[in-house]
Ligand binder design. Structure first.
Ligand code: NAD
Length: 507
């Protein structure tokens, strides 16, 4: 049985793990490997390696750090398909979707290649007579990342390229469900010439996470995962004095106005609702049909979904793969019964969908639950599977109110041909990422990704300009090299000299 270990100080770390997890191929239900679970001692070893590597890495020139990132960029491009295969084998998503995941992670590496520009400070000459002021951005030290199962390559790549480009050293703790992609990325980081100890990986579960949260040598924690865990991460790490960003669960609404191209909107709902089997934090999970366009949307979605190929990610014909574990599959499926008992109507029952895969896989076809209302659990809970709820409302105001009351605020989208309605939606909608005729509005790498309300705890979003800010802290330097040696002690608070403040002549 393949064993997946940690990566510490530039090489695999084979300790005496007392606890292990099982990793499965979700398309067959067969265990593919065993992953070591770190104890406190192994987390401590990774953090010690990262701490030891920090002084030399932060002193490494921007030019050298940039070279390493360019080398990493080339290696990710060359190995994109290998990373994709690992994602398919442990997560279950289809190969084209895995390729998209790698491409979106690669974007952040490319953004980080511009670190010399991104780290620039500001300079003010002669702020007071002979006094200059400039600002610096400096790394924090050792930072940790705790990542979810649903993007085993992309989410670590949201974090570590900028974390290390800015001069920090990094310790990610990937999801125990699909840990191999992070190990492969660690090999590529080493091959790119990043020194040992700058990038380490600890595998494990909440034991490793809890050690990370309280470790005195970790300065900051980036987390992506579910909302309850995010709250624990945020509260514990902040209590320990760490900087934290915790991105979490979602219930993303896709609003369709009656003037939209309904064929387009139905296609978008299918890709955003059922892509990656709905296991995306930006998946559309609530379709909001405004002003009576619900029936036509349901019919269009039904006719297209009937032809969707659900099967293993290794088959190029598959459009949707299995769910990640059998427990998760069962939990997602249970919402069909919950919805029915609450009075909703199963318009598309994924349990009946033809599956072209191994019967041992964790399959559930695309599901559409109609006549969902705001008080139902299928509406309030994050289901995180291929289950789309349809809520019917009368007006755009109703749709905006629904989103506002929902509690989450990750993404929201509107489909319309009316520019005025779209502009109003953009201004008023209570969400951090907005799509206009775009169902999955994940920002490109030079903007930042993050939700509002219960979709993010912390102040700064991930990657993009916020990513640079999160992994650095600012310093302002005030300097004087003129009039040295005048030996005049003044106890008044330093400020601009009276002559600097004098009124301009003639006033
Ligand atoms: P999860 O919260 O179960 O796990 C995330 C990480 O936390 C994993 O590394 C896991 O090992 C660890 N963890 C789990 N339980 C823990 C506990 N009790 N204490 C400490 N650590 C714990 O999430 P998941 O199921 O892997 O991922 C799906 C969730 O992630 C969904 O809620 C989804 O919306 C969210 N997500 C959010 C974003 C975003 O950017 N907002 C992106 C991707 C996924």
């Amino acid at each position: 049985m393949k064993r997946i270990t940690h990566w510490i100080d530039g090489k695999p770390f084979v300790g005496d793990a007392e606890r292990h997890g099982k990793v499965f191929d979700p398309s067959t239900g067969v265990q593919s490997s065993e992953v070591d679970f770190a104890s406190d001692a192994e987390v401590d070893a990774a953090v010690a390696a990262a701490k030891a590597a920090f002084p030399a890495w932060r002193a490494t020139s921007l030019a050298k750090r940039t070279n390493a990132l360019f080398a990493l960029r080339e290696l990710v491009v060359v190995h994109a398909s290998d990373i994709g295969d690992l994602i398919v084998s442990e997560h279950g998503k289809v190969k084209s979707d895995a390729a998209g995941e790698v491409a979106r992670g690669l974007e952040v590496v490319e953004f980080a290649c511009g670190i010399a520009q991104l780290m620039k400070g500001e300079f003010s000459e002669n702020a007071s007579t002979g006094v200059n002021v400039h600002s610096l951005r400096q790394p924090l030290g050792v930072v940790a990342g705790i990542t979810p199962f649903n993007f085993p390559a992309m989410v670590p790549m949201w974090m570590f390229p900028l974390a290390i480009a800015t001069g920090n050293t990094f310790v990610p703790k990937p999801s125990e469900k699909d840990p191999s992609a992070s190990m492969f990325l660690a090999e590529l980081v080493a091959e790119a010439g990043v020194p040992n100890g700058v990038f380490n990986v600890v595998q494990g579960d909440r034991v490793a996470v809890d050690r990370i949260l309280t470790h005195p040598d970790i300065a900051a924690v980036s987390f992506v995962g579910s909302t309850n865990v995010a709250r624990h991460i945020y509260e514990t790490a902040a209590h320990e004095g760490k900087r934290v960003q915790a991105l979490c669960g979602a219930k993303n609404h896709m609003v369709v106005l009656p003037d939209a191209d309904l064929g387009d909107a139905a296609d978008a709902a299918i890709s955003a609702g059922f892509g990656s089997a709905g296991e995306r934090c930006m998946a559309a999970s609530v379709l909001v049909a405004v002003g009576g366009c619900g029936d036509e949307l349901v019919e269009r979605i039904k006719s297209r979904v009937a032809h969707l190929t659900v099967g293993p990610g290794t088959n190029p014909a598959s459009e949707m793969g299995p769910l990640v574990t059998s427990e998760h599959r069962d939990r997602v499926e249970s919402y069909l019964g919950v919805g029915e008992s609450e009075g909703a109507k199963i318009a598309i029952d994924g349990r009946d969908h033809d599956i072209s895969g191994d019967p041992g896989g964790y399959w559930l076809g695309p599901c559409l639950i109609d006549n969902v209302t705001e008080d139902m659990k299928v509406y309030t809970d994050e289901i995180f599977g291929p289950v789309l709820s349809l809520v019917r409302v009368d007006t755009l105001d109703d749709a905006l109110g629904l989103i506002d009351r929902n509690g989450y605020g990750n993404g929201a989208a509107i489909f319309t041909g009316d520019g005025g309605a779209a502009q109003r939606f953009e201004t008023e909608v209570d969400a951090g990422m907005v799509g206009i005729n775009v169902a999955i509005p994940v920002p490109v790498a030079y903007y930042s990704f993050g939700g509002w309300n219960s979709s993010l705890f912390g102040d700064l979003h991930v990657y993009g300009p916020d990513g640079v800010k999160f992994y650095t802290r600012g310093k302002a330097v005030t300097s004087r090299w003129q009039n040295i040696g005048q030996h005049h002690a003044s106890l008044s608070f330093p400020s601009a000299t009276p002559s600097d403040r004098a009124k301009p002549q003639g006033t």
